[in-house]
Design a protein around this ligand. Structure first.
Ligand SMILES: Nc1ncnc2c1ncn2[C@@H]1O[C@H](COP(=O)(O)OP(=O)(O)O)[C@@H](O)[C@H]1O
Ligand SMILES: [Mg+2]
Length: 385
């Protein structure tokens, strides 16, 4: 299917199971190059293709940025693996016709996607929130993706060595090289997380305050597993109500602190056979009026907080990259009361390009519908009104 998506606000309307969400996900895939909710990219391949034949999925996007026109092509290929009934899966990504590493292509086309079910970012375990944060920051910083992938590799090597030292003994000095690398990549990641959270929070707080008509104050509480703020033993921590501001720490300070801590923990980590501090164990909590929304918030509060985050991401991406990201908002209107719908629509109007889906056009304000393009989706096909 070929679509020429207008550079404006587009409303996609259609009954359930017609392909609205699929279309948004396809567009978002060009931005993240990984599926954010299918548990694996494999599931993106048409499920009617049997495992024993080749299944292929392809998404190509042509887009315009300040620096010119570009094209991203993503190919998902599932091939039968010998005669044993299994299959192999691979993903290829081309930028402007040239095959590239995935981490090199993330950030070229930016989109912000919101679906009500994403509230699980707030409700579920810390890994969801780290993934969310990593995908967000990767969009503005290719270096971040690089450090993230180097950190992951260093971590598994270091864990293997810790285990080996614990089980068979050996020279602990071998850890030094991994400690150094872990602290270097780890500090880069933490420093970026601190900055991104502070910047996004500033805007999200304001939007959230409006969305809740001033009833709730949203805060993002970063809780790094290695905390550069950690006080020398014996000193009392800060009052619980004050969120720590870590923006004053330089990358070098974080690196030096983490390295020192790794060395202090060496004996314990060898016994346990795993690395116990570092960004792979970081946590980030969403607070509404100082209460943890993941634990104590209602469904609705979680969704509102996430909507505020998403709208904040839009202006943050614009600030950091100077291009507007494409907005993809799935079934968002039905979540909100009339006043909040209007707030949302006026917030969106600033952007270059947005796609909003709904099963029901009456969710949108009449004047808003008249001013924008409406497409209908049925049976996986799109038609203009
Ligand atoms: N991997 C897949 N292969 C084939 N069809 C799929 C796959 N994943 C989802 N579908 C189907 O695509 C249809 C459209 O779903 P969706 O985009 O969620 O619709 P909508 O958002 O309009 O309600 C559904 O009928 C769903 O079963
Ligand atoms: Mg849907």
């Amino acid at each position: 299917m070929d679509l020429n998506i207008p550079r404006e606000i587009l409303l996609l309307v259609g009954d359930n199971a017609q392909g609205k969400t699929t279309l948004l996900e396809a567009i978002y895939f060009l931005s993240s190059l990984t599926s954010f909710h299918a548990s694996s990219d494999r599931q993106l391949i048409n499920y009617s293709v049997p495992e024993n034949s080749i299944g292929v999925g392809r998404i190509i996007g042509e887009f315009q940025r300040k620096d010119g026109n570009h094209r991203i092509e993503a190919r998902l290929i599932r091939e039968p693996n010998g005669g044993n009934g299994g299959s192999r899966f691979r993903k290829e990504v081309l930028l402007d016709g040239v095959k590239r590493k995935i981490s090199d292509v993330v950030g070229w086309f930016n989109a912000v996607i919101f679906m009500p079910q994403m509230a699980r970012i707030i409700e579920e375990g810390p890994a969801e929130r780290r993934r969310y944060l990593d995908m967000l920051i990767s969009q503005v910083s290719p270096l971040y993706s690089q450090h993230l992938s180097d950190y992951g590799q260093t971590l598994s090597q270091r864990n293997a060595l810790l285990k080996q030292l614990g089980e068979r003994g050996g020279d602990h000095g071998q850890l030094a090289v991994w400690d150094g690398m872990l602290a270097r990549h780890g500090a880069f990641i933490m420093h970026e997380r601190i900055r991104a959270l502070r910047e996004v929070e500033e805007t999200a707080k304001r939007i959230h305050y409006d969305l809740t008509h001033g009833e709730e104050v949203l805060r993002l509480d970063y809780q790094p597993a290695y905390d550069p703020m950690s006080l020398p033993e014996g000193q009392l921590p800060l009052a619980v109500t004050a969120l720590a501001d870590r923006s004053g720490f330089s990358r070098e300070e974080i690196e030096a602190g983490m390295l020192e801590k790794l060395q202090k923990l060496q004996r314990e980590e060898i016994t346990r056979g795993v690395t116990t501090i570092g960004p792979h164990r970081d946590e980030m909590r969403f607070l509404g009026n100082q209460v943890d929304l993941g634990e104590f918030g209602s469904r609705g509060q979680g969704r509102t907080a996430l909507l505020a985050m998403k709208l904040a991401e839009v202006s943050w991406l614009k600030q950091r990259t100077s291009d507007w990201p494409v907005l993809l908002f799935d079934e968002t209107m039905s979540e909100l009361d009339i006043q909040r719908r209007l707030d949302l629509l006026s917030g969106i109007s600033e952007c270059d390009q947005a796609i909003l889906t709904s099963t029901d056009l009456s969710m949108f304000d009449g004047a808003f519908v008249n001013a924008h393009t409406v497409w209908h989706v049925a049976g996986g096909m799109v038609s203009a009104q």
